[in-house]
Design a protein around this ligand. Structure first.
Ligand code: FMN
Length: 249
């Protein structure tokens, strides 16, 4: 079964090298419009999108993510949780707006910002653009808050480097569906499962044969490396969330 939408979704790969061509204002507006039409929790539209065009700010993002290639992207977006705007808009006479500080509202803002991000990724891909979502902007949240003058009840969620692709990386194979799509009850899995072993072998071939950054790697080993990362690397996130007024209940 296929159609142009499915073909776009299934052709996804993250793009980290871009041509010099910047996105046009019309393309940027179109991408933001696609984000705006995504579903939004309780119809509260509790996110905002920041376009980063100042070269000094892009360089700062390159420094704090360690991904200097983002500076060559055709455009750079940051998706924010934004309960600040709703606090300002809700009539003060009928609400104390205290629930905007709750964990629930933080999660709702993260859902909205994340869904909007993927809408822009897919809209971009449908236009022939490529992109990479960047969680690494959270490497230094206090710096981000200061750099973009983020008020209380806002929080950065994801960056998105997007532009005209200057590479066509191989498609990264995903887990077999039996390991991640269950019916009615959860199915625990162990590393000895033959499907896990087969997936490790598949990914090993992918890493050996891909055109750039070839290496010896499997999925289970990759997970071990990821799980061994020092949590202190992004230690400031909880404090920053509280400082921005979130997680008050
Ligand atoms: C929430 C999230 C955060 C990510 N953060 C980064 C990042 O900081 N830097 C990066 O190069 N890629 C990042 N990625 C891209 C993933 O590495 C990529 O999606 C994954 O390796 C699968 O590859 P593919 O997108 O090419 O299929 C992120 C993806 C997601 C969904």
């Amino acid at each position: 079964m296929t159609n142009p939408t499915l073909a776009t979704l299934l052709a996804h790969r993250s793009i980290r090298r871009f041509t010099d061509q910047k996105l046009t204002p019309e393309e940027i507006t179109t991408l933001v419009t696609a984000a705006q039409h995504a579903p939004t929790s309780t119809f509260s539209q509790q996110y905002s999108i920041l376009s980063v065009t100042d070269p000094a700010k892009l360089a700062a993002l390159g420094d704090l993510t360690g991904h200097h290639w983002l500076e060559q992207a055709g455009h750079y977006f940051i998706f924010l949780v934004d309960q600040y705007r709703n606090q300002e808009l809700a009539p003060k006479t009928i609400t104390t707006a205290t629930n905007l500080h709750s964990t629930d509202k933080l999660l709702a803002g993260i859902f909205d910002a994340t869904i909007a991000t993927e809408a822009v990724v897919t809209a971009g891909e449908s236009l022939g653009l490529g992109s990479t979502i960047m969680g690494s902007i959270l490497n230094d949240v206090p710096r981000l808050i200061q750099l973009f003058e983020l008020p209380e009840l806002t929080f950065p969620v994801l960056g998105l480097a997007i532009g005209h692709p200057a590479e066509q990386p191989e498609h990264k194979p995903r887990l077999p569906q039996k390991l991640m799509h269950f019916e009615n009850t959860y199915h625990p899995v162990t590393a000895a499962d033959p499907q896990v072993v087969a997936y490790d072998a598949l990914l090993k071939r992918y890493y050996q044969q891909r055109t750039t950054n070839q290496r010896e790697e499997t999925f289970t080993h990759h997970l071990a490396t990821e799980l061994s990362r020092d949590p202190q690397q992004r230690a400031g996130i909880l404090a920053a969330l509280q400082q921005q007024g979130f997680l008050q209940e």
